[in-house]
Write a new protein. Sequence first.
Length: 186
Amino acid sequence: MVLRHRQPSLLVPQLEQLFDLGLRHVEIAWGPGADWIAQCRQLIAACPDLRLGASSICSAAALEAVLEAGFAYGVSPILDSALLESSAAAGFVLVPGVMTPTEVNRARALGCAIVKLFPASAVGMGYWQRLRDPLGAPLPFCIAAGGLRPSDVRPWLEAGVDAVALGASFAAEPVRQLLAELALRP
């Protein structure tokens, strides 16, 4: 789950709702401004049972702010070797965004165990599976993200991705139903 808000500290009620639904990993989109760091620190302190990460990390300044805020991990929509090196030097896990076979292969060569397929809706749910033979196994753990809805989660998982991230399409009731269905899955 990825949440965007200009004032992250106001997300506490929504995060509590997500926790009650059974979600444990939630990403807060990075935003410029010194107040963002302080608000995110408050958010992290207010939600100790959630593993909060930061998303939309595309620059050294964003990475620095995310580290200062104290997030557990980060996610980027891009594959940037300098950001990956900086995050590794800080002992911070940064999940890069990939889309093309070249980016997937480069992420694998850079040692990325996890990648974000972004925007997943642009390539279709069979895309990740179609990369396996030409690129060779093993592919990194894949989180499909970008333009996906709660009703897409099960089909995407069945099509071969390892996880699905939802963002703007989030609605509590469909997610509640989806989590109940996935809990019944063998």
